[in-house]
Structure formats: C-alpha cells, structure tokens
Design a protein around this ligand. Sequence first.
Ligand code: ATP
Ligand code: MG
Length: 780
Amino acid sequence: MAARPMPYLDDLNPEQRRAVETLDGPVLMLAGAGTGKTKALTTRIVHLLNTARARPNEILAVTFTNKAAREMKERVARMLGQPVEGMPWLGTFHSVCVKLLRRHAELVGLKSNFTILDTDDQIRLLKQLIKAEQIDDKRWPARQLAGVIDSWKNRAFTPANVPTSDAGAYNYRGVDLYAQYQARLKELNAVDFGDLLLHVVTIFQTHSDVLEQYQRWFRYVMVDEYQDTNVAQYLWLRLLAGGHKNICCVGDDDQSIYGWRGAEVGNILRFEKDFPGAHVVRLEQNYRSTPHILAAASGVIAGNSDRLGKTLWTEAEDGEQVRLIGHWDGEEEARWIGEEIDALQRGTRGQRPVSLDEMAILVRASHQMRAFEDRFLTIGLPYRVIGGPRFYERLEIRDAMAYFRVVTSPEDDLAFERIVNTPKRGLGDKAQQTIQMTARAHGVSLLEGARIAVQDGAIKGKGGAALRRLVEDLTRWNGMTRGPVVQIDEDAVLDDGGPPQVRFGEPEISHVELAQILLDESGYTGHWQNDKTPEAPGRLENLKELVNQLDNFENLQGFLEHVSLIMDNEQSDDGAKVSIMTLHAAKGLEFPAVFLPGWEDGLFPSQRSMDETGLKGLEEERRLAYVGITRAEEICTISFAANRRVFGQWQNALPSRFIDELPEAHVDVLTPPGLYGSGGGYGDSGGLEARVSEANVYNSPGWKRLQARQGQRGMAQPKEARNSVIDLKAVSSFMVGERVFHQKFGYGEVVDIEGDKAEVNFEKAGVKKVVSKFLSAKDD
Ligand code: ATP
Ligand code: MG
C-alpha cells in the first residue's frame, strides 16, 4: 500500500498508538480521565479513513451528547485536513437509531414517517389507557407507569419478555398496560424515546437478513463513554459487531454517572466475556490536569469500593493545589466566584490571563445556577448555560413569575394568558376566546374580561367553575399584596381634585409567604409534584430556589423589576463567555479553570443518595465528584456555603463528605474574604454579618476537621463563635425573655430560640413555634 503521511500518529503515546492501529477485532480501552481516550478514538477514525480501510459511511461511531458528536466530527476533519464528507453514522445513539428505524419501520408495524412522542404525549396516552382500565390514577399515577415502562425499555424488554420478577410492577398491571401502550403507539404510528433503540434491537433480533446487511455495512463500530451504556444499547452494539467483531469501546468505570437512567457499568465487564480475546488497552498517562488536581481526584475516587482500579500519572508541572473555600451562603459564594473569574481574566492573581472561554462552573443541581446567573448579569460578566435554558427562561420559572405578575399587576394580559390554564383547568381554546372577546368588548383586561364572562355565565361546565375560582383567588391574592386601608388622605382631594389618596398598612404576610401561597394554592406546585418525569424534581427545586431569593427583595414588584432589568441585558452570541453547566453535562469536556460550588452534604452528595440504603447512590455521587475535578486542567476551586436558603428560610449545611476525602497535601484552604479586615474586596460585608458568617463557617464540623488538618496556617480563630448556625435575624432581634408581637397570635414572650424559629408563649394563643421574622419586638 502506498504510504500516506500519518502525522496524526506522532501525537500519540505507544499505548494510544496500539489502540489506533489495532483496527481488527474487539478493542476495549479502559482508562482514567484525561488519558486521551477520546483523542485515540477520533484518531482511529482518521486512521481508518486515511488507510482506506473504511469509507466514511462504513464507520459507526456513537457518543452520548450532540455536543460530543459534533466535536468528534470537527476533530476528525482537522486531522484529515479536509472536511469529512458524509459520516452519516457518527452521532448519538438516538440519532443513529432514528435513521435505522425510518428505513425499516414496517418490520415493527410502523410507517417510516412515524412521529416521536415527547413525555407529555406519552403521559396523556398512558392516562387514557389507565382510565379505560378503571384504575385509580391518584394511587397509581401514569408517571409511575411511564417510569416502569422506561426501565423495561432500557433493559430491552418487550412486553412479551418482561421477566416474571417484575410482574408486580404498577400493582401487577404494568406488563399488561405496557402491551396495550405499545399496541396503541402502533395504531398512532408513533414511538417514544425508549422505542428508538428497542425497536431497532427487535428488528435485528427477528430479521437476521437485515442484521447481516448492517453487520457488513458497518465495518467498524466505535463507542465513546462506554461506561454509560444501558443494556439495550449494549445489545444493539453486540448485535451490530457480532459478525466481524471490529468493535472498539472506550470508557472509564470511575466516570459512570448514569446509573439512575439504567446505565450498567457491568457492560464493561461483560465485554471481555462477549468478545473473547478482546485487546484491552490501558492508558495511564494523563495529559489534561496538573499533579495536584489529579491527586485530589484520585483521593476522592479511592473512597469507592466498587471499582476496577487504575493509576494515573502526569508529566505536567505541579501547578497550584486544589483550592477550597467556605462561604456564608450561596450568594456570597457566587459573588466570590464572580470576582475570582474577573481576577483570572485579568491575570491579577499572578498567572497568565485566562480567557472566559477557558473557565467553567460545574454544579450538581441546576437550581444552583440561579445565584451565578443573577450575579453575572448584575456585574455584566458574559456567560452561557450549556445543556439547558438560563434560569429565568425555564418553563417553570416563567410560569411562576406569570403568577407573580398577574397578582401584582392584574392588567398584565400576557401573564394572565400564560397562567389561565396552567396547571390545566379545563379551559380550552373556546373558553379562552370567550375571555378575549369579552375583554375586548368591554375594553378591560383579560382578568376583568374573565370576571365578566363568569358572571354572565358565558363559560359553562367544569371550565367555568374553575375560572370562577381562579378569578376569586387572584383577587384574594392581590389583596394580600397590601395591608388594610389605614388612611384616606383628605387633603390630597383638595389639592388636585383627584381621587382621595388611599394608604395601606403593612401586608399581613410577607411577599415570600405570598409567593409560596400562590404556587401552592393555584395548584402549580402540585402539578409538578404529580409529575413523575425525571425533570420534575429539578423543576420543583428551581421553584424553591425562586422563592428563596425573594427574600432579597422588598416585595414581588421589586423582584419582577430586577428580573426584567437583568433579562433585558441580552447577551450577544459572540465573544468569550464563562460556561455554566451541570456535572452530568460536563462529561468528556475540559477547561483550564474549573469552579465546583455547593459541596455540601444534601446537595452534593444529593440528599437522595444519602437517604438510600446501601452505597450505590453515594458511589455514583463520588464518581460525579471525580468527573468534576478531572475536568480541570490548571486551576480547580471547590467551595461550599455554611447556609443555604430553602423556601426563604435558612438551613445550615455541612461541608460535603467528599471534602474530607480530598488529600490534604493537594489542597489549599483559602480564607473566606472580608473576615479579618484584610478583605478580598468585600468592603460591605463587615460587621455583624461577617462575624456571624465567620462563626458559622468555622463552627461547622467539616471546617474544624479541615482546619485541624491544615494546622493553623496563620488563620485567626473566630472572634465570637456561636454554638450553632443561626439565622441572622433571629440573632439580632430576639432573646429569650423578650416581649414580642405577632400579627396573628398577638403579644407573647420568647421562651426559646432555635435556628430561625422562636418558641413564644403568647398571652392568648399559648406556646407556639413561629418564624422569627414575623415577630416584632415590643417592650411596652
Ligand atoms: P475523559 O475521560 O475525560 O473523557 P479522555 O480520556 O477522553 O478524557 P481526551 O479528552 O481524549 O481524554 O484527552 C485529554 C486531553 O489530553 C486533551 O486535551 C488531549 O488533546 C490531550 N492528549 C491526549 N493524548 C495526548 C498525547 N498523547 N499527547 C498530548 N496530548 C494528549
Ligand atoms: Mg473522553
């Protein structure tokens, strides 16, 4: 064969080169983060093309995200020095399967123009079936059934081969309803997401001619992030590679983070059994991170028992230790990170200036993004959210804010339109048209139009009754935004002849409480609580986060103004930006500077993983920590907050147990800014807040352990340590024995204080525990 230049091979180490040049037969590349697995895989594609072993359309290469697929195509093109013509089979599992299924839809009783249902459609369909079976869907929600069916599809079970051990699912009706659901989908010429793989696997299993055709066609099969494949994906791969066995799987068991979606690390172990004689390549040199970062990551992952185990080394220079810092709360954390980013960008910390594109903030839960987005919008720091919309653009946040808007400005028609049938109140297009027409005919807002339509009986039935309730509720809630009328200013009438000036007293409940009432009583919170899709818990957390931050504003109006101002700050698409994304979305990516905020027990590791019996959940969280740290090339900063607000109330948080697992020699514990007068630009956080902050941060057990390990390192002891993490307002306002007043319960005496709550012996109402901020001091 005429020797073509292969400069791309020179960029590889001997092991990588072996993986690239071993083109025939099964290859398993099992190696830690940043060892060049993805690089080797892309080079392998280039090598196949360059040596004419395969044409572009004869290579099947799958990854998990569209971003990863796109990057792979770009890297191949760069190495080849020319654009890649037609690599139709390089993509995500789902994109490849859609193509295959369109070609052979008729083999599973579908037409090639089948539609792909989204989760909402899927649930609607299941609800119909459940209803027809007269099952109580309050006890047995459709979402639950959807989850069960999904897990079967992940494991490649058709209704006919669900194992008997699963017969009890969904009150023993699961299997039957699964069969009905599949039949109904067929009638509708539709598939759900899980079907894309399942149908293709079924076609391959039942039509050997079709399978053989593809086995010949795809001469080389490759998979990145192999540790996250589920059983259906594994079977699919095994079938396709079953003939020639030219399959190369690349992965890292320590980075398996999709167990909750049915991924099975066991697939790695099965590989060598299913493909005997597989060539196993181990890569140990890490090209991404500094030794400190690598050692920190290795230290954490060593806490897992369920691993294949491997060592990593690097030739890189030592660099900086992993930086660790504790903050008073999430807002302060966001503020500090904003300033750090600025310092890195300017190079004022003594290292090269780092571009915004080279920095990322990786969060455990998407609701954490809100604090960063708010802060960055306020200081004008460009950012992008990867893998999802920005916080205030999220569906549930926009819905919730529409409620706030209608209640604070009843003539806000756009907001009214958004909420009138959200959650579903049985108001169809026709009813909504009636409201519109009535409003227009009377020249009033939609809310007023709705009121008139209800009074006139223009909207009948269930929808009419629901609308009446909504109009009444909105009026009532609107009344809650202010207190009772306390004074009519007679002089004002005389001055300008206008209407008398009405003054209202203080509202009886805080706007934070009102927001919660709005979301709960409107049925909006319940709507997501009943929703059993994987996104629902995240949406509920985002709603909590929204309510949390209301405390920073005087009232709902002030908050809405803030949001409209910052959202107006439209960002251009070009220019460097900091990336914000979840740890899950960061898989496979790398950045010179990485921030890992929110390392607190209950957030990271998640509460759910901590509540679980057994270690499975916790080990998956630990792998996520490993993924996070190993995204960093030069600078890795981990942070935690001593307090997080939940539903507008402070909750103290303990530093993550993973922080304890960081090997001390590789960690630099930073002093929280502004505490000792030296300040990192925190002129405004002195005084009591700083002292309480100091007390809280330093009193947390995790911090004490850290401090002990670090030695004193010149850090001052907190001047005024308190025994527990307590709400600032509670600390500053009330003491045991103090006489207080509560809007609802009247006068009383504080008998105990616990966190942000006070136990008060009320003169009329007796002893009650109340939230301190609704008390006022009375010394008469
Ligand atoms: P992850 O497990 O996080 O997906 P990975 O094993 O896929 O990591 P890559 O992303 O392929 O690692 O490579 C990590 C970094 O190391 C990349 O910047 C890559 O260009 C570089 N790299 C990989 N191999 C080499 C090599 N032989 N020489 C120099 N740099 C390399
Ligand atoms: Mg990779």
